[in-house]
Design a protein around this ligand. Structure first.
Ligand SMILES: NC(=O)c1ccc[n+]([C@@H]2O[C@H](COP(=O)([O-])OP(=O)(O)OC[C@H]3O[C@@H](n4cnc5c(N)ncnc54)[C@H](OP(=O)(O)O)[C@@H]3O)[C@@H](O)[C@H]2O)c1
Length: 326
């Protein structure tokens, strides 16, 4: 099969095209003929070696890529409920394997898109993240109907899946924050935000509004400021650190005196421990995308342009998601 390897930790040039043997499914697994693989910041972190000291996370050589769309190629022993040729999207349990023409996956992480009229590039860009947003909003942030939500980095890969799912769950108001350079893109966005404000102008831009739930994939100073944006009993959910500020700390006494909750959601840890929540989350995600609640910009590049895709992730020339086509 065609694939991209991270040959060693480093800059985007360490990504190289390789030919590898086609994987075969083991018991409980499927193989997928990949048509599209999404590119996310986690792929960039793994390639850079940011988590190289964390046990169990990928070390070179490895094939990056967490999410794919494609068709079922073969079923392993004991797999039921899928047919060869069926259109699917998948999250990879290991966070790797996506940038390849064939992916092997545990059955639990594969979701059929049959019956939904969703373009595969949009499906891979949105369905896995919308499923994660559903698990985060229900299982961790405990969003209740009528509550309000603020989403930082509102147009980012993960963040852009949040407003549609929050709407489905009955949120009364969903506001996004972006950096000033993205306000033009925000104005043209079809994502179901009530409004999108400049993150540098928080809290003033919100005219005193407070939120029941704040979703923070950005971190750094914006995270610290978010404590002032929570309503009483509000929940600040930490889902990423796109700012790259790994030294930011939360003042625990402010959490106490404000009577708020700060929690974390990491798919790689949460999903394997809550597998029963994955299927309902995926069904909600498919509905959100097919109902037009998760329409984002998708830039499709050929697999051979994986280096360019990572360079664009790093220099922030991305308005929605980059997807590699096989
Ligand atoms: N919890 C989970 O399961 C999960 C799932 C997916 C991703 N994540 C994490 O979430 C984060 C985002 O990942 P992604 O794949 O969604 O990345 P992405 O598509 O690159 O989105 C990152 C977003 O953050 C914004 N941003 C970056 N630096 C910022 C700053 N200093 N201030 C304000 N906004 C800033 C970007 O805005 P610009 O466009 O203006 O740069 C962009 O909208 C990563 O840390 C990733 O590991 C977590």
């Amino acid at each position: 099969m065609k694939a991209i390897h991270v040959t060693r930790f480093g800059d985007p040039s360490v990504l190289e095209a390789v030919d590898l043997p086609d994987p075969r499914p083991g018991p409980g697994q499927l193989t997928i003929d990949v048509t599209h693989a999404a590119v996310g910041l986690i792929d960039v972190y793994f390639r850079q070696g940011l988590f190289k000291d964390h046990e169990g996370l990928p070390r070179p050589p490895f094939v990056p890529g967490l999410e794919v769309a494609g068709t079922v190629r073969a079923l392993g022993e004991g797999v039921t409920g899928f047919a060869v040729g069926e259109r699917v999207v998948t999250l990879s349990a290991t966070g790797t394997g996506g940038y390849a023409s064939v992916l092997v996956s545990d059955q639990a992480y594969v979701v059929s898109t049959e019956g939904y009229d969703i373009d595969p590039a949009l499906a891979v860009a949105m369905v896995p993240n919308a499923a994660m947003a559903h698990m985060a909003l229900t299982g961790v942030a405990r969003l209740a109907p009528g509550e309000s939500v603020l989403v930082h980095g509102a147009l980012g890969g993960f963040a852009s899946a949040v407003p549609g799912v929050a709407r489905q769950l009955g949120a009364s108001r969903v506001v996004g924050s972006v950096r000033a350079g993205k306000l033009g893109v925000a104005a043209a966005s079809r994502l179901p935000y009530d409004t999108i404000v400049d993150s540098a102008e928080l809290p003033e831009a919100l005219d005193g509004q407070l939120f029941d739930v704040v979703i923070d994939p950005v971190g750094g100073a914006l995270r610290t400021r978010s404590l002032d944006l929570l309503a009483p009993s509000g929940r600040l959910l930490l889902v990423g650190n796109a700012s790259g500020d790994w030294d930011s700390v939360i003042d625990s006494n402010r959490v106490w005196v404000s009577s708020v909750t700060v929690s974390g959601f990491s798919a790689g840890v949460y999903v394997p421990n809550h597998l029963d929540e994955l299927r309902p989350a995926a069904e909600a995600a498919l509905r959100a995308v097919s109902d037009g609640l998760a329409h984002t910009e998708v830039d499709v590049l050929p697999l051979a342009d994986a280096v360019t895709a990572h360079e664009r992730m790093e220099n922030r020339s991305v308005d929605g998601r980059i997807v590699l086509a096989l």
